[in-house]
Structure formats: C-alpha cells, structure tokens
Design a protein around this ligand. Structure first.
Ligand code: SF4
Length: 405
C-alpha cells in the first residue's frame, strides 16, 4: 500500500508523521512525506492509494482546498489527523476519515499489520536538517487550560498520562542520527530525576554528545536538575511563565506556578551556564494592557536569553478555548485563527487593546533584551519604528554608562 502523508511545511521535522511513516514502512507499506505545496505534484507522479493530512488549526482551509484537487485526481481515500481534526472533527467532514489522537496505533490496526513496538521516526524525507527533533516522552501530567493535553489524555484512556522512553534507547537514536544539535519535543523533559541520571550517564557515553534543547516546567529547574542538564551537554531550555498575573495564570489552570519559581529557575540556569527562553502569552481572555506590561516587566527581571511571546488563540477543544465561546469572549467560527501565533487577537477585545498587544508582541523580546519598558500610549502600529529606536537607545545607554541610565 502506498500512503502519501502531507504536512503544512517541512522547515522543521514533524515527529508525528515521521513516526507514522516508520510504522507504515515497518508494516511493509510505502510512504512519502511532502509539504502542502508539493502534494498535488506528488499525487500525479507517485499515484498513492491513500493520502493522510496532518492539520493544525489555522491551516485547515488550505488543506481542504488541496484535498479537493487531490480528490479530482482520483485518490479514493483522504484521511486527516492532527490537532484540528482531533478536536474539531465536525469541521473536517470533507475528509473520508478523521483519526483522533495518535495515528500509529490506528493505521497499523486498521490498514496494516499490527506491530508490537513503535520504531524510531523515519527521517528519509527530511534531509539536510541542521537541528534534529527527538522525543523522550509522550504526554504531560499537567492540564493547562489553553492546551490540548487534557483532551488528548481523555481520548487515550488506556495510556498512562506520561509514557517515558528508555533513556538508553533515546541516546541510541541520537547516536544513530548523529545531529549537529538535538531538539527535544517533549511537553516536559526529564520528569523523573532517576531518568535524568540515566540519560546523562548514557549521553556521556556517546562519542559525540551534541548540544541539545528541551522544555522544562520552572519548578523542575533545581540545582540537581541543572547538574544533570549541564553534565549531558544541554545548551538551552525553554520554560513557560505565560503571564505574571496570578489571576490570569489561575484562569489558564496553572495555579501551582508562582512567579518566584520562574525567578529562582532563571538564577539556577544562569549559574549553571544554561541558556533559557521564557514563554509568554499576551491578550489572554480578560487580560488588560497593564497585565501584559507587568509580564514584560517581570521578564526583564528574569533576564532570559530570549523572551518568546505569542498572542492567545482560543483553539477549539481546549478548556479555555471552549470557555471563550461559552463566555462570549470569542464569537468567530475558528476560520479567523491563523497558523501564526503572532497575529492580532481574534477575541472580542476593543480595537485599541488588540493593536497594543499586537505591537507589544513585536517588540517584547527586544524590550526584555534592552530593559526598555514602553508606555501604554507608545503601543501603536504607527509608532513601531520609534519604539525600536527607543529600546536600542536604552541598550546603548546602559552599556555605555554602566547601567546608570
Ligand atoms: S505543561 Fe505544556 S503540555 Fe503540559 S498541559 Fe501545560 S501547556 Fe500542555
């Protein structure tokens, strides 16, 4: 059986479809992974029996259009999976089948021969990548309101909340791939300290230990964790604050996180020489520009190597996304959500706040880097060049005059 898997873009690896491709090949099938722009051409040249599409909310309409063309070419089965079909299946009625949740199990049991274990992801169709993606665990023990994790676990009640791979197997895969840099896609890396110890030991046994990046919750960043990260050549991590407002973190179901955890984690990481990124979300439902500016101010105190920020989107099927609908904070039909995390808010905020948060998102990292705190009335699209100049000037002043200005 020839199965063509289509992803939006191949700029980065896509472990979900790569694992699926590995399973298809292990079961004796043929598989190719292409991006959306090459899907039609590949269907014409390769003539697959079936097309699988991995769709995130924001790109659903592009996939739907391409699917229509592909169907005209005689492909009799189009199957869709990924976050959008999983949590909003009613929007994918144009497909022949919707796979909700993990696709490897479904494909191997319905279309292929069942397999006992999931092989390593198939990297054949992702050549020349400078950074290679890996995953050491699936799932997450937390239930943040804006994330699909909770609903994902509900779809897979037979799986434990977190499935952790054997540390030696993870290292064997990295050794086999031999990347320049490894990027761990885990929702929460190193959830068990015993696993971290085993991982650090195995990692060090490899001839080349590539630098790597992973995601941790701020509370995981202890002195002991930093020791294992450092000793396994971890170059950088990312951790999520989301908002400095206790009220907004509670709304997002992150009540156990205190800003002091993030401040302490930042200090530990700096001492250990591990670079870090803090993730933030602006324009959270019920948020004000003052809330967003306090998040910026708090990031300036933490001094991350990069301060990521995005604009909240009410993804269908997430607890907070559904709450936005129920509360009237979002009145759209999800077609206005793009696949960018940086566009203007689609919530029912007033136009002025949407513009302010759009501008703040654009200069957020620069302001954290330079220590520049913009005033509310500076946050206008027409003022963006002046803001960039003011922030750069602040950086120059602090470097030249010993931080006095
Ligand atoms: S910690 Fe990350 S993966 Fe886990 S529920 Fe929260 S946002 Fe989702």
């Amino acid at each position: 059986m020839k199965i063509l898997l289509v992803v939006k873009s191949k700029i980065m690896e896509n472990l979900g479809v790569q694992y699926l491709s590995a399973v298809i090949k292990r079961c004796g099938g043929q598989c190719k992974i292409v991006d959306l722009t090459n899907a039609v051409d590949t269907v014409i040249k390769w003539n697959p029996d079936m097309v699988g599409m991995s769709i995130m909310t924001g790109s659903q309409n592009e996939f739907k259009t391409e699917a229509h063309v592909i169907r005209q070419l005689g492909v009799s089965k189009i199957i869709v999976g990924g976050a959008h079909p999983t949590f909003f299946p009613e929007d994918c009625k144009w497909a022949d089948e919707v796979v909700r949740g993990e696709a490897e199990e479904y494909f191997s049991s319905v279309y292929l021969n069942s397999i006992d274990e999931i092989p390593w992801p198939d990297r054949t169709d992702f050549t020349g990548m400078k950074i290679r993606d890996f995953i050491s665990s699936r799932g997450c023990p937390h239930n943040c309101g804006y994330c699909y994790n909770r609903k994902w676990s509900e779809l897979h009640p037979h799986f434990p909340k977190v499935r952790i791979r054997d540390a030696k197997d993870v290292c064997a895969e990295i050794k086999h791939v031999n990347p320049q840099f490894a990027y761990f896609q885990d929702s929460c890396f190193g959830l068990s300290m015993k696993w971290m110890e085993e991982f650090a030991l195995s990692y060090n046994k490899m001839k080349t230990c590539p630098p790597y990046h992973c995601h941790l919750r701020p509370k995981q960043v202890t002195e002991e964790m930093c020791y294992y990260l450092q000793s396994s050549n971890c170059h950088s991590i990312r951790m999520a604050l989301e908002s400095a407002s206790d009220r907004l973190r509670k709304l997002m179901n992150r009540p156990n996180l205190d800003t002091k955890n993030v401040l302490m984690a930042s200090g530990e990481l700096r001492t250990a020489g591990i670079k870090f990124m803090i993730q933030n979300i602006l324009a959270i439902p019920t948020s004000t520009i003052e809330d967003d500016l306090s998040t910026l101010e708090f990031n300036i105190r933490c001094k991350p190597d990069y301060a990521w920020s995005s604009i909240f989107a009410p993804y269908p099927g997430t607890v907070l996304g559904d709450m936005c609908k129920a509360e009237g904070w979002y009145k759209g039909d999800y077609s206005d959500i793009t696949d960018s995390f940086f566009d203007q808010s689609v919530l029912e905020f007033d136009a002025e706040y949407k513009e302010q948060t759009y501008v703040l998102q654009k200069v957020f990292a620069l302001c954290v880097e330079t220590g520049y705190m913009p005033k509310v009335d500076e946050l206008r699209i027409s003022n963006l060049p002046k803001l960039v100049h003011a922030a750069s000037r602040k950086l120059g002043d602090s470097r030249l005059y010993r931080g006095i200005l």
